[in-house]
Design a protein around this ligand. Sequence first.
Ligand SMILES: [Zn+2]
Length: 643
Amino acid sequence: MRWSHVLAALAPLVLVALLVFAFASPPAVVPATAPPDVFSAERAMEDVRGLTSTGLPHPAGAWDRVERTPSEIADHARAQAYVRDRLIALGMKPEIQRSQACGRLKCGKVENVVARIEGTEPGPAVMLAAHYDSTPFGPGAADDGAGVATILETVRALRAGPPLRRTLIVLIDDGEEMGLLGAAAFVSDHPWAKDVGAVLNFEARGTAGQTAMFETSNGNAELVRLFAGAVDRPVASSVIYTAYKRLPNDTDLSVLKQAGMQGLNFAFADRVFDYHTANDTAAELDPRSLQHMGDQALPVARALLGAPALPVPGGDAVYFDLFTLGLVRYPAGLTGPLAALSAALAAAAIGGAVRRGRTSLRRVLASAAVWLGALVLSTLGGIGLGMLLVKIRFPDVGSGPMAVRRMMMGDHHSFAPWLALVGLSAAITAAFALWLGPRAPAAAAIGAAAGKDAPAADSDASSEAARGAQAGGSTGVPKSVYEPPAAGPAAAPGAPKSSPALDSIALAGGALVLWNVLSLLLGFGAPGASYPFTWTALSAAGGLAFAASAAPGAASAAPEPRRLVTATVIASLPMAILWFPIVRVLLIMVGPTMPPGATLPITLTATLIVPLLAAAPKRLRWALPAAAAALALGSAVVACILR
Ligand SMILES: [Zn+2]
């Protein structure tokens, strides 16, 4: 095992990470000179600027004060008039729905702007929804000026085409920031609410980034199929939706879904530090994010308005985009059987490795326990480092999780602490497993025990193992003599040089156990979130089977380095393709504010790489955890300087 082997195993992962970032930009802005039936962000930006022309906040009600200020009241009326006038200019007859509504936290008066275009055929309507009110903290150019402008430009482009088959309803509502009050007023008081068959909602949580389809209604299989067929550059993952469902975050779509509407929710979320601040201005808003929103709003609206029938809610889909090039999807009903199949293949791969004498079941299970310990340690370490960095970087913010979260949201330099968490979790996982990982009996002993020829001592690991065999006695000694404690102080560093080699195959088998446990739990419990685990578990079973299968004529317990490199790539490449985009979304959405969001995926990634290091000579073996620790320390120092 040499440097080149480790680099060869890591290169595909680095390539995937680069690809994820290369495909992470929103599309170029379509100029205003584009044909009328096309969505142009240059045209839509005019509406963002118009809606926020004063640069003032226009909230629907008082926030933590008793009354709105005169300026807030005046700008709210101006923003509402702007929306109404634009809809009139687009040939619609907007109405103002004045109503009183209550949300979870408070009640208030709202004034929704609603309009409709009758379809040529009867049947349920399609609704486009966004909110024109802002918070009292800024003009809300992205949140939700971008959503409003997307709807206006979409309606303009739709009207440039043939008459609409289905009725279109536009809801530019009020009081979203006060607790979804406008949407609540629409569903409870407005007669059009019962006409709506499907809704598209547009939101923002920052001022830049790709627009993701991050939420669907239940029974989404047909809706997701329509979305996949309509959109050229999809960004969507059922993992994100599954996680979002469990978070307290809400948008208008939550209220509309409760009223029985099916729908999709779109938002961008980069530069989250601008969210709900005075910096949420038209100048800060990346027009490419608006283009990406429109590139999905217009074709999906067209598909819904033109389809012979609206999608019928039924089964759920598992879905994810591949580098934004297309959407992979399959029925959620398949996730359980797929997880069971994966577990069966994992059992076969581990059983095969044990039968060939490459490892023992006991060491595989010990490895699984070691990985579980690493997972707990890196999570605790990440939480500790997160709290320490907050204390050093923002000493005035106070304590308590909410204060920490609010402060982190406004953090312009969240990349450095996030990278520190990544480095820490990689270092802890690798170091813990390489220190405590089960040792294999000497290769020669295994070869003899398995009734095979003497090993070809072609790698450092196997020669180390062979030395262990010589020190331990003749090669014919029964295996049990060499069976060291699976995990414990006896395996600590400083053991004599003749100690048995770290068991790569057992570590890979233990990782396979861990991935399959997660795959089974999610495959049956949370199907939408299962795909990265199940497909990784499947490929990791392939990797283990390959690593443990002997090359012709070889009988060494330690696999030959090149075989181990190939096995590592087989196991880890699908993981990278499925996991790294989620890691990027987690970086954008939560960054370092929830340390496990950074540490868990990195720890899981490490479980597929560390078995390769286990077969490397000592110096090389410890280079990676050392580099990860250096990354953690360096990033933590940078994080303390930048704030
Ligand atoms: Zn909003």
